[in-house]
Structures are given as C-alpha cells and as structure tokens.
Ligand binder design. Sequence first.
Ligand SMILES: Cc1cc2nc3c(=O)[nH]c(=O)nc-3n(C[C@H](O)[C@H](O)[C@H](O)COP(=O)(O)OP(=O)(O)OC[C@H]3O[C@@H](n4cnc5c(N)ncnc54)[C@H](O)[C@@H]3O)c2cc1C
Ligand SMILES: *[C@@H]1O[C@H](CO)[C@@H](O)[C@H](O)[C@H]1NC(C)=O
Ligand SMILES: *[C@@H]1O[C@H](CO)[C@@H](O)[C@H](O)[C@H]1NC(C)=O
Ligand SMILES: *[C@@H]1O[C@H](CO)[C@@H](O)[C@H](O)[C@H]1NC(C)=O
Length: 515
Amino acid sequence: MVVSLVLKVKPQPHPATKLRPQLLKPLVFFSKYRYLCFPPTPRPPSAVIGAGIGGSSAAHFLRQQFGEGVKIDVYESKAVGGHFATANISGQEYEIGATTIHPLNLHTKEFVRMLGLKERKHPDNLLAVYDGEEFVFEESDWFIVNIIKLIWRYGFDILRMKMWVESYLHRFMKVYQYQTHGYSFTSLEKLLHEVGGDEFVQMTKHSIDEALQQIGISQRFMNEMVTPIMRLNYGQSVNINAFVGMTSLLAAESDLWTVDGGNKLICAGLLYSAKVNLIKGKVTSVNTKKRPLRNGEVITAYEVNYTAGPDTGYNMYDIVIVATPLHQGVSKITFQDLSQPIRTDCGQYQQKVVTLVEGRLNASYFGHRGPGRFRTTAIVTMEHSSTSILAANVLGPVTMAADYQIPPPTATCVWKVLSREPLAEQQLSRLFVSRSAMRETRWMAYPRYSPPEKVPPFLLHDRIYYLNAIEWAASTVEMIAVAAKNAALLSYHRWFQQLDRIDQDYLQQRLKVEL
Ligand SMILES: Cc1cc2nc3c(=O)[nH]c(=O)nc-3n(C[C@H](O)[C@H](O)[C@H](O)COP(=O)(O)OP(=O)(O)OC[C@H]3O[C@@H](n4cnc5c(N)ncnc54)[C@H](O)[C@@H]3O)c2cc1C
Ligand SMILES: *[C@@H]1O[C@H](CO)[C@@H](O)[C@H](O)[C@H]1NC(C)=O
Ligand SMILES: *[C@@H]1O[C@H](CO)[C@@H](O)[C@H](O)[C@H]1NC(C)=O
Ligand SMILES: *[C@@H]1O[C@H](CO)[C@@H](O)[C@H](O)[C@H]1NC(C)=O
C-alpha cells in the first residue's frame, strides 16, 4: 500500500532538473522517501534467454512487476515460440509442438484474453488403444456407449482416477492465489510444499504407478489406459514421477483448447505487448563483472555474450532469466566467474519425434480387416506393443472454418505420428497406404523422468533465475508460465529486499487473515 501511494505522489523529475542540482532541493524529501522503497535503482536492466512460452511470459511478468522504465532484452537463437511451432503442409499450418492447453491453465488463458487471441476447442478424437496386434479398446461416437464399455472393462477405475487427478488439480490452483498476492519461492520444492504440503513434494519422489496402485487402480487399467497416456504425453511408461503423471492424465481430459491461428501467437504477442528488445542471437556465456559504485560499494553485473551469425556481441545486465533447459548442451550456455558454481546437469532430456504425414492410414496395420468400420482418429499404444510409434492422431490446421469436421480416418488427412526415434521409410510405408506430404521434427523435448527427481533451483546465482527447473515436476506450458511469474516476483522482491514475500510458510492461513 505504502509503495503504491508513494509511486503516485512522486513527481517525475523533469529531464532538465538532472543538470541543476539546486533545483532538486524541494524534492530531496521525496527522493529520500523514495529511496526507502527503492534501495538500489528502480530499473535493473534485465536479460531473458529464450523466447518460448517461458521467455515471453517472463518478459511480460517482468514488465508488469518493474514497470515501463526497465530495459528488457530477450535473446532467441531460433524462432519465437520455441516448442510452440507450426509446419506448413499443402498450404496450411499445423501444430508440431505443444498443442493442447487445459481449461484451468489460468496464466495461459489470461495471456490469450489479454492479447485478444481466440481459444479454439480441440476437436474430440475417437480414441483407440493398440496392443501391438489389435485395438483392445475403441471409443465410439456415442458417449453412453463409451461409458458402458469403460465400466465393463475397467470397473470404476476411470472414476477413481478422475477424482484423484481433480483433487490434486484443485489444490494446485492455490499457486495462483499466492502469486496474485506476490509470493515467490527460490526452489521447486518450496513452491510445491507451500501449495500441497509434503504430499506434493513426495509426488516428485515416487512413480505414478505407485500412486495409482495406492488408490486401488487395477493393473489392466494401468496397462491399457494410464501407460498409453504417459507414452503419448511424455514418451515414457508409468515409471515417471507421480506429479508429471497426474498432469499427463489431465491432458487426457476433454475441453482442451488451442489458439486459433497457432499457439505461437501467444509468444509473439507477449513480447510485443511487453515492449521488449528482441535480439536474434545465441547466448554463449554469462559472466560476472564487478562494478564499483560511487559510494564505494561494489555490485556485480552480468555480462551476456552472444553470437548472431558471424557477429558476436555482449551486453551488461543486473538480472538474467534463463528460459531454456540447461541440460546436455540443449542451450550451450556457459557460466563464468560465478562465486558459487552452477549445477543444473542432474538429469537428462529425451527426444520426441513428431512426423506429420498427409495420407491414408493403413487400417490393417492396426488389425482392422476392412477399412469399412474404421472410425478411430487417435491411437495410443501399450508398452510392449511391437510398434515403434508412441501415438498417432488426425490433426486439423491451426485456422479452420467454423464448420470444420475431422475428416474420416479412411480418407486422406494429416496424421501426427509420435515416436522416440525418427521413423524409417519402411515403417512409414506399412503405416500408410498412401502419402502425399511429410514433415519431420526432432525435439529435445523434456526431462527423462526417474523419481526421485533431482531438481535444480530457481535461483542459480545472486540474480540469475532459471525457469526450466520446474520441468522436473512436470513439463507443460502452464507450469513454465507459473515458473515465469515466480521468477519475475522473486527477482523483484530480491532486488528491493522485500524478504517477506520470499519462501514464506503458512500462506493459506496468512491470506485468510489478510482478507
Ligand atoms: C512435441 C511436444 C509436445 C508437447 N505438447 C504439450 C502440450 O500439448 N501441452 C503442454 O502444456 N505442453 C506440451 N509440451 C511441453 C511444452 O512444450 C514445454 O513444457 C514448454 O513449451 C517449454 O517452454 P520453454 O519456453 O521453457 O522452452 P522452449 O519452448 O524450448 O523455448 C526455449 C527457447 O530458447 C531458445 N534458446 C535455447 N538456447 C538458446 C541460447 N543459447 N540463446 C538464445 N536462445 C536460446 C530456443 O531456440 C527456444 O526457442 C510438449 C512438448 C513437446 C516437445
Ligand atoms: C505454405 O506454403 C505454400 C507454398 O509451399 C505457401 O503458398 C503458403 O502461403 C504457405 N501457407 C502458410 C499459411 O504459410
Ligand atoms: C565476452 O565479450 C567480451 C567483449 O567482446 C570479451 O571481452 C569477453 O572475453 C567475452 N567473454 C567470453 C567468455 O567469451
Ligand atoms: C498394411 O498393414 C498390413 C499389416 O501390417 C501389411 O501386411 C500390409 O502390407 C500393409 N499395407 C500396405 C499397403 O503397406
């Protein structure tokens, strides 16, 4: 409250007054008072490395937090959007990276609203589960038939699982309340603990398999439903940690949406509205440089070196936000002359290959005799199925007419096929009866989960913040946005030494009292 009042009454000094100190006398009271609120300088120049959803939302939240005057440079070596990307097939664009967003992903929803973009419901696919020889479960057009089929085969496992997932989701929503009140955390563990207590922290330490067995989910449901969903979303089995497993089950719900025109519009929009300076270059190193102040104090600044084609350059910053994974040379950034060494190499990232194929699927490959009754538009696969594909589904373009309907799977349509390794020509020619166009993308996608996860901190050094640590709990667009908001709050409170907004306990009780 005090801060905002002072901000309102503080007159903007006229540029000319800077040169004539005697004119400042009447303002001394104000500037002294101001200093109580702004110890170092209100405008720390900041660098954001990466312009995926992490970097662009971090830039947006930094602008929100520090205001108009602060300089924000965003470095991007490839294309704005990162994992939000599209490819062009026969004159239309298709999502080839992160595609679906959950209706309760509040930060992402707010970006879309603020930028005037349009949410589009992700078309409902008809799902089938492939065991290597045939479909063990096949959805039909009829909701009620699906429910009966599910209960027939799995009892009430589906309900039990849904209730489990939703109870965690509702508890996780507290994070938005804390962030709205300005609270921030220096590590993932502290964030998870404040949101969901020991139970949430433990979720990164055991597998989704153990968690679901504890609530009595049958082995059959694990093999035929849960495992295929994990393979679809994270290319792994039920050995992944329970937190990312829970998130992955959420991504199997209905009511998912994407951005009309392409998800990457969010990133471009955020960078534009935050008025950042976008530097098309690859950051090679971040080094500390000591800078003496006039009062004798020495402060550290960060020198960010980058290459842009044949050229190299560098700039100095007070705050650096790393918004790209630092594992296995994914980003190839070195940190030099830091007082404490930075350790982020505690695990590995895994590859995911997305192959878009325009063509007709070979229904007999999936054990269907004639193509006549083949209605499936989304296929997930069981763990020991001989096929090398993780999943496949029919995909609509990023802009579609209002009356767009997914084409019947036996017609020519665009399929998105997921695999760990690139598909060989021989595999593709068995999978499709005919093909007219193809685009392959190899992503260094997300962590290879292996609980208990070893998670790097959000705070890498005095004023270097790291978003992608949160991917070790779960790699999703919204989790990265939560980490971006956290980093903006954390950097702000640390800069102005507002320690009562960092790593606080009992927030739930405290907020009740404040309200
Ligand atoms: C195939 C696939 C599908 C997915 N589907 C979903 C989904 O449906 N829903 C969902 O919520 N999540 C999904 N995810 C996960 C989601 O994409 C990620 O969690 C999220 O996009 C990560 O965002 P980011 O900004 O941290 O990283 P990125 O999107 O990887 O952005 C990092 C950026 O930094 C740039 N960069 C790297 N190094 C440097 C450097 N040295 N200098 C300058 N720039 C650099 C890169 O070029 C890149 O643009 C999916 C992931 C993949 C791979
Ligand atoms: C896709 O590529 C074709 C040519 O290959 C081009 O004419 C078209 O404009 C592109 N579409 C989009 C949406 O970029
Ligand atoms: C960064 O760039 C500056 C200026 O070109 C140079 O002096 C310095 O050695 C570079 N640092 C590294 C680690 O490359
Ligand atoms: C379709 O798949 C079946 C079963 O794998 C295979 O025998 C057949 O050759 C495939 N058809 C084509 C046209 O490749």
